[in-house]
Design a protein around this ligand. Structure first.
Ligand code: PMP
Length: 369
């Protein structure tokens, strides 16, 4: 039985040909030396145009090109966080936030959201969590692993709460912005109440353009903060390779034409996974509006025993069971702050996905209480 992984954070799609061609051409043209620390003006202007299309007034001086979104986040945490500052993170959340915070003097404050509410963070929940010590609210929209997509009205209601805290920054991680299904995405920058001095976006090319190995991301923020981020990048990394930035520019310019095919596959795969999960008793899940994960609650299957006598006590036990008995890799919800759940990517080849869903059903049904 071949190993099928639904645990990865990358899709099976290939990086766009045009991006590859642009990188090769730039290499051949000799763009192999240091470039500007903040990123090339050409790429930063292209990034601005992407947002200008949504009516957002943005200038290249507000953009820093970074070696990936993770590094964009690390950069921001470094320049913004003082010892004991709090970073509020609605959970379940991408495990990378916890890993990054291990290297920060600040404190991660999880703000639990729940499956029965569609993982929605409400203004009331936010109000009850923010304090004078909160320096950053770190939103992910669309969410990983939840797939929750916030509407403009919902974002504006959250901003109305954050605006009561003058020292607070909102970082919106929008790395899945173009991967949505039933509804369109709204960037936080287009919302009323998004203060230019306090609202920051991080985004990248790993998901939308299947360019995870290229390490390309960016920060959009207020000028004073951008300056600090450029200083930090200058001291630690220097600018992202110019030939990679040429590829990034070509990818953005491709726009939605490139995404249409990818979206078609993902829409069909989402349905395969939805039906597969519905066919298993006692599994609760939220139908994702964005990104490419389901995050089902399998806790009813914990405390069970496999036919070979293994005790499945924890989510990690459950993942080990699927790995060893079914060659199926799932990401344990423990990593995302939600034990009992697993993250399952549907950005895999459709025939593998069908197979994976059968293995999941069989493996769960063979567990006995
Ligand atoms: N933010 C989120 C929400 C992610 O899911 C990921 C990748 N899994 C990242 C950031 C990191 O992206 P990059 O590859 O651009 O560093």
């Amino acid at each position: 039985m071949e190993v099928i992984s639904l645990a990865a954070g990358t899709s099976y799609f290939k990086s766009p040909e045009t991006a590859i061609d642009a990188a090769v051409q730039a290499l051949e043209a000799g763009h192999t030396l240091y470039g500007p620390t903040e990123g090339t003006l050409a790429l930063r202007e292209t990034i601005c145009r992407k947002y200008n299309l949504d009516g957002i007034d943005l200038s290249a001086s507000q953009v820093v090109v970074t070696p990936g979104t993770k590094q964009a986040l690390f950069n921001l945490l470094t320049v913004l966080i003082q010892p004991n500052d709090e970073v509020v993170v609605p959970t379940p959340a991408w495990f990378g936030f916890h890993e990054l915070m291990r290297y920060s003097p600040g404190k991660l404050v999880p703000l639990p959201t729940h499956l029965q509410d569609g993982y929605k963070l409400s203004p009331e929940m936010l109000e009850a969590t923010l304090t004078e010590r909160t320096r950053i609210l770190l939103l992910t929209n669309p969410g990983n692993p939840s797939g929750r997509l916030y509407s403009k009205t919902e974002l504006e209601a959250l901003l109305a709460v954050t605006n009561k805290y003058p020292n607070l920054y909102i970082i919106s991680d929008e790395i899945y912005d173009l991967i949505t299904y039933s509804r369109a995405f709204t960037t936080i920058l287009s919302c009323e109440g998004a203060k230019a001095s306090r609202t920051i976006i991080v985004n990248g090319f790993s998901k939308t353009f299947a360019m995870s190995g290229w390490r390309l991301g960016f920060i959009i923020g207020p000028n004073d903060l951008v300056k600090k981020s450029i200083d930090f990048q200058g001291a630690t990394f220097s600018g992202v390779s110019v030939f990679l930035q040429e590829a990034a520019k070509a990818a953005i310019e491709l726009g939605s034409a490139h995404l249409a095919l990818q979206k078609d596959v993902l829409t069909r795969n989402r349905e395969i996974m939805r039906q597969g999960l519905e066919a298993i008793p006692n599994v609760r899940f939220y139908l994702p509006d964005g990104a490419y994960y389901f995050f089902p609650d399998l806790s009813d299957y914990l405390g069970h025993t496999s036919i070979s006598g293994e005790q499945i006590r924890t989510t990690d036990d459950l993942c080990r069971y699927f790995r060893s008995c079914y060659n199926l890799e799932l990401a344990s919800g423990d990593l995302f702050g939600a034990p009992g759940h697993v993250r399952m990517s549907f950005a895999v080849e459709p025939h593998r996905l069908q197979d994976a869903m059968q293995r999941l059903r069989q493996g769960l049904l063979l567990l006995t209480a």
